[in-house]
Ligand binder design. Structure first.
Ligand SMILES: [Zn+2]
Ligand SMILES: [Zn+2]
Length: 284
């Protein structure tokens, strides 16, 4: 739609200039061209949801920009009369530059008639206006990062009575200072002392339900992962199922500030003459 072949140029090599003109006015919708109902387009937004709200479920809110039906013209885009074409000021012709040459071409906005229907002053002939809006939405218990939520009819308004599009929200679950969420599992790093790691111990660790006991087996290494079954997030997909809490043990090495402790450590080393690097050299 839209652009016309330029007239009255009288210059050779015309074809190449055509390309310059094409597309200048394309895409612009103008009210003198009658349009049928057009559905509104969908919108997609990322919505960051608080760590706990994503786990327990609840309400969240997002600020979006959406096209709404123009309240002045009710989507008609015109006021019902006619006015002078603002593009060509009623002459039906506009001047375009092609390199250093000037060309008169038929005004693409009014198709050379010099008149267009008078555009609605609120929406400038678009039929819709862009509004900032806050949208409330419900978060299901156990909602995961990356999950899509569809809010029907909350997308852009349709034109000429067309239905509105949908709003798609991509959930980003917020961070927590201690827990890391991975699907329905909760990851956590827990420091233990050398004595707890080597002798074994029962330690208290945080879970999303509060404190819980974790058994550290004797001889646990730093970096070892211990699984606490069904201490993770209640699944949104499979009701009754829960993820796990996966604890990464981190051995906290003590600073020995007195001679007696250092002597005990040396004696411990003498009693246990191990070379933890031996396996590295065996595989060379
Ligand atoms: Zn015009
Ligand atoms: Zn309007």
């Amino acid at each position: 739609m839209g652009h016309q072949a330029p007239q009255g140029a009288g210059v050779g090599g015309w074809g190449s200039f055509k390309d310059i003109f094409s597309g200048i006015f394309s895409g612009a919708q103008h009210p003198q061209q009658p349009r049928g109902p057009q559905p509104g387009t969908d919108l997609e937004y990322q919505a960051t949801v608080d760590f706990w709200t994503a786990i327990r479920g609840g309400q969240a809110r997002i600020q979006i920009n959406r096209q709404e039906t123009c309240p002045t013209c009710h989507g008609q885009a015109t006021q019902g009369g006619a006015m002078q074409c603002p593009e060509c000021h009623g002459t039906g012709q506009v001047t375009q530059m092609g390199g250093r040459m000037k060309f008169n071409i038929t005004c693409p906005r009014c198709n050379g008639t010099g008149r267009i229907s008078d555009a609605c002053p609120t929406c400038h002939g678009e039929g819709t206006v862009t509004r900032s809006e806050s949208v409330d939405f419900r978060i299901k218990q156990g909602t995961r990062d990356g999950q899509r939520i569809r809010l029907q009819g909350k997308g852009n308004a349709g034109i000429n009575g067309g239905p509105p599009g949908d709003l798609f929200l991509i959930v980003r679950t917020g961070p927590h200072p201690v827990f890391t969420r991975q699907g329905d599992d909760i990851l956590l790093t827990v420091p233990v002392t050398v004595a707890e790691a080597s002798l074994g111990a029962k330690v208290e660790v945080p879970t999303i339900d509060g404190r819980a006991q974790l058994k550290i087996p004797p001889g646990t290494q730093s970096g070892q992962k211990l699984r606490m079954r069904e201490r993770g997030v209640e699944s949104a997909q499979h009701s009754g199922q829960r993820g796990d809490e996966i604890v990464t043990v981190e051995v906290a090495v003590p600073h020995l500030n007195d001679e007696r402790s250092r002597e005990i450590m040396r004696e411990l080393a003498r009693l246990n003459p191990q070379d933890p690097r031996k396996a590295l050299f065996d595989r060379l």
